[in-house]
Design a protein around this ligand. Sequence first.
Ligand code: HEC
Length: 128
Amino acid sequence: MNKFLKFTLLVIGLVGFFSSCQYKFNVEPIIPPPDPMDTIYFSQDVAPIWNIDDKCTSCHKTGSTPPDLTTDNAYAAVVPAFVNTDQPDESSIYTFTHPDTETHSWKKYTSSEAAIILQWIEQGAINN
Ligand code: HEC
C-alpha cells in the first residue's frame, strides 16, 4: 500500500469517525421577547415559564416554598399577592427573579421571560 493510499484511508476513517459522533447540548428553549402589541395569555405564555422542565415548580410546588407555581394553583398564588397592576414593574413575581437582580439566588427569568411576565401584568394580570 503506498503512502498516498494510506493517507487517503486515514482521512476517510477520521472523517467517518468524527461525523459519527453526535453532540447533544442541553440548551434552554429560546423564547423570543413578546411583541408589545401581543396579548399575553396566562395559561399559554406565563404559566409555562414556571412549569416547563420544572424551572420554578421544582421548588415552588404545593406544600413547598410559596408561591405555589404549579399550573392549577399558580394564578391564585400569584394574583394579587405578587403582582402590582398599578406599578407593574414593581410586582415581586417580576422583580424577584429578574435576570438583573440578586434577590433570588436560585433560578432567574431570561430577559424574554421577564418581558412576558411584565407585559402580562401591564395588561391587567388576568386569568386568560
Ligand atoms: C431550587 C429551588 C428554587 C427554584 C428552582 C426557584 N425558587 Fe423561588 N424561592 C426559593 C426559595 C427557597 C425562596 C424563599 C427564600 C428566598 O426568599 O430566597 C424563594 C422565593 C421566591 C419568591 C419570593 C417569595 C416571597 O414570599 O416573597 C418568588 C417570587 C420566587 N421565589 C419566584 C420564583 C420563580 C418565578 C422561579 C422560576 C424562575 C423560582 N422562584 C425558582 C427556591 C426556588
